[in-house]
Design a protein. Structure first.
Length: 147
């Protein structure tokens, strides 16, 4: 097989990988948005399901990256075309949007954690107060019929 044929084949493979990567990044971004909504609604069960889906896609994206890196080494001459393609621009934009969405989710989850921590602290204070009150009732005045 000639170099030109290998170059064409590898170029097609690279485009296919980039298209698959872009589709999975679209899905990842959609999941990130759903995760942010779930965090806002404090729907932790949905968050766990979404995190599982995102992990699966993340593994696929890592595989794409390895395959793309191998092809890019072979296609070093095509580097400038790769960098300027609209598909690459979309991939970069989706990655940035997903990171921004994750930052929103992290903020919502941090706020929920802080609120829950405060609620637990207040609950502990109330529990101590009730315990002190109930102990005082045991030591309080006893009823006597002779009075």
């Amino acid at each position: 097989m000639s170099y030109k044929q290998r170059l064409m084949e590898n170029s097609d493979s690279l485009i296919g990988l980039l298209a698959a990567q872009c589709a999975d990044l679209e899905t990842l971004f959609d999941l990130a948005q759903r995760e942010t909504e779930a965090a806002g609604q404090k729907d932790f069960e949905s968050i766990l399901d979404i995190v599982t889906e995102r992990a699966s896609i993340g593994e696929k994206l890592e595989t794409y990256q390895r395959q793309i890196a191998e092809l890019r080494r072979f296609l070093a001459a095509a580097e400038s075309a790769y960098e300027s393609s609209s598909l690459t621009a979309r991939i970069n934009k989706l990655a940035e949007q997903t990171l921004a969405q994750d930052a929103k989710t992290k903020l919502l989850l941090s706020e929920t954690r802080d609120e829950t921590s405060l609620e637990l602290k207040n609950l502990a204070i109330a529990k101590r107060g009730v315990s002190v009150y109930l102990q005082g009732m045991e030591k309080g005045l006893s009823y006597s019929e002779s009075l």
